[in-house]
Ligand binder design. Structure first.
Ligand code: GAR
Length: 213
């Protein structure tokens, strides 16, 4: 059975590429059904087109406000019959109206160990703070900034001689492994959202990955 993804992107799309290379048409019925960007001309859109994946662009300035833009985006996602919405470098907040349409079906990738260093410059913030470990978080999206329940985290050391660029290289390499694995677990029904009043996500990671790394 197919497990269809909408992937939302704003930039280079290296994580989209990881999903295409590792999962799309290969593992657990995962198909990237639709790639959506708020940025016309984003490199991520080219990556989707090269893989024959439909794309759509919803720039904010073409709509009266964020809610109208998100309504149009949600309609496109519903039409595509999507099981999971993945934010992979999507740099805008989603409105509550959007999130209500996909309860526990929107996840975000963040390049730090949340709740430390939310926001858009997480890697530089972690380096400047002087933490000795940083990493990657995948979490459910709620109405706040990088604040939803954590699904998976993996850590790497910060080296004494790291620059923002060298640290970013290692964080991105980790992201390219963590995000496909989380989507694989979703597709296999191994991720259980928190119940009422809880933030705790249960993840059954007992079976080996089928991804050909
Ligand atoms: C990734 O590092 C992702 O974690 C980050 O944007 C980058 C996108 O890279 N997202 C955030 O900072 C969200 N707060 P990519 O376009 O090459 O996949």
């Amino acid at each position: 059975m197919a497990f269809r993804l909408a992937v939302l992107v704003s930039g280079s799309g290296s994580n989209l590429q990881a999903l295409i290379d590792r999962l799309h048409g290969r593992v657990a019925g995962v198909e990237v059904a639709l790639v959506i960007s708020n940025v016309p001309g984003a490199l991520a859109l080219e990556r989707a087109e090269r893989a024959d994946i439909p794309t759509a662009v919803f720039p904010l300035h073409e709509f009266p406000d964020r809610e109208a833009r998100d309504r149009a985006m949600a309609a496109a996602i519903e039409t595509a019959g999507v099981d999971l919405v993945v934010l992979a470098g999507y740099m805008q907040l989603l409105t509550p109206a959007f999130l209500r349409r996909f309860p526990h079906r929107v996840i975000n990738l963040h390049p730090a160990l949340l709740p430390s260093f939310p926001g858009e410059r997480a890697i530089a913030d972690a380096l400047e703070y002087g933490v000795k470990l940083t990493g990657v978080t995948v979490h459910f999206v709620d109405e706040g900034v990088d604040s939803g329940p954590v699904i998976r985290q993996e850590a790497i050391p910060v080296h004494e001689d790291d620059t923002a660029a060298s640290l970013a290289t290692r964080v991105h390499a980790l992201e390219h492994r963590v995000l496909p694995r989380v989507v694989e677990l979703f597709a296999k029904g191994k991720i259980h959202p928190p119940g009422p009043g809880s933030r705790v996500v249960r993840v059954d990671d007992s079976q080996p990955s089928e991804i050909d790394w």
